[in-house]
Ligand binder design. Structure first.
Ligand code: ADP
Length: 257
């Protein structure tokens, strides 16, 4: 609360009268802080790959470029860092569009739930095969959805991507659609490493990683789950998670019927 007192007048008795203004600044201040933190995070996330690239380019210019083996190795590193920058910028663009999407009606299409799930599984098949993992669809019911298919499929892909990244090789991932009461539930169920409960409240925040070093190695940007959360929200839904360390995690997108 912001308090301001303005003395109005002194009357004959010597009493001082005040005009007191009480303003609730919680919301504006919280928003300001969120925005400042976000800009600081973005700058930091972009700065890290840039610093690495600059270092290796300098080494190349200082002579390493004349050594074919070194030249190839360092160029490869610079290339990987540009890919990382590209991923971060792509994710940020998606988030920015989703932010403005809350003000505009979403472009929706009629699409079968199974079609979206199959599309998402196809998109992740190669990454799964690389880790010798199995992607299984479990279509308990197959409702017609009224969603933005591109965004919704992207959300499921993000969840499957994470399930692949944070599991040991050889495990199975199940993507399930079912109806429950007034909701359609999309679940991505893994047998992976799980998440300690103290991290659960924060994993949907932008740039939050349980283990930033490991996420970076695996190509993560820390933006995947905040995209999933936003996509659910612009469709009038929400996301839940249950997880047990060493056993696996289940992420569920709840959509209103
Ligand atoms: P990242 O790019 O780091 O994967 P996300 O926003 O997608 O960012 O996820 C945030 C964090 O949540 C990850 O760093 C990871 O620690 C954790 N996480 C997400 N999905 C899973 C999962 N299926 N199993 C275990 N941990 C997960």
């Amino acid at each position: 609360l912001e308090l301001r007192a303005v003395p109005l007048r002194f009357d004959d008795t010597g009493d001082v009268h005040f005009l007191v203004v009480v303003r609730d600044v919680t919301r504006t201040e919280v928003l300001d802080r969120v925005r400042r933190d976000f800009v600081a995070n973005v700058s930091h996330e972009l700065k890290t790959p840039l610093t690495t690239m600059k270092g290796f380019l300098e080494t190349l210019l200082d002579g390493a470029i004349e050594e074919p083996d070194q030249a190839r190795h360092f160029t490869q590193i610079v290339f990987e860092q540009t890919e990382r920058l590209e991923r971060i910028v792509d994710d940020l663009l998606v988030l920015t569009r989703l932010d403005s999407a809350t003000d505009q009606p979403l472009e929706r299409q009629q699409v079968k739930a199974s079609a979206l799930i199959q599309g998402a599984i196809e998109q992740c098949q190669l990454a799964a095969e690389r880790k010798n993992m199995t992607l299984k669809a479990e279509i308990v019911t197959d409702p017609d959805l009224d969603v933005n298919p591109r965004l919704f499929q992207m959300a499921i892909v993000n969840l499957i991507d994470n399930a692949i990244k944070y599991s040991d090789p050889g495990k199975t991932i199940t993507v399930r659609v079912e109806m429950q009461d007034k909701e359609i539930l999309f679940s991505v169920i893994d047998e992976g490493w799980g998440i300690e409960s103290r991290h659960l409240p924060r994993i949907f925040e932008r740039f939050y990683c349980v283990d930033p070093g490991r996420s970076r190695e695996l190509g993560g940007t820390g933006l995947g789950l905040s995209i999933v959360k936003h996509v659910a929200q612009v469709h009038g839904g929400y996301v839940t998670v249950t997880s047990e360390v060493g056993r696996g995690s289940t992420f569920t997108i709840h959509l209103p019927k």
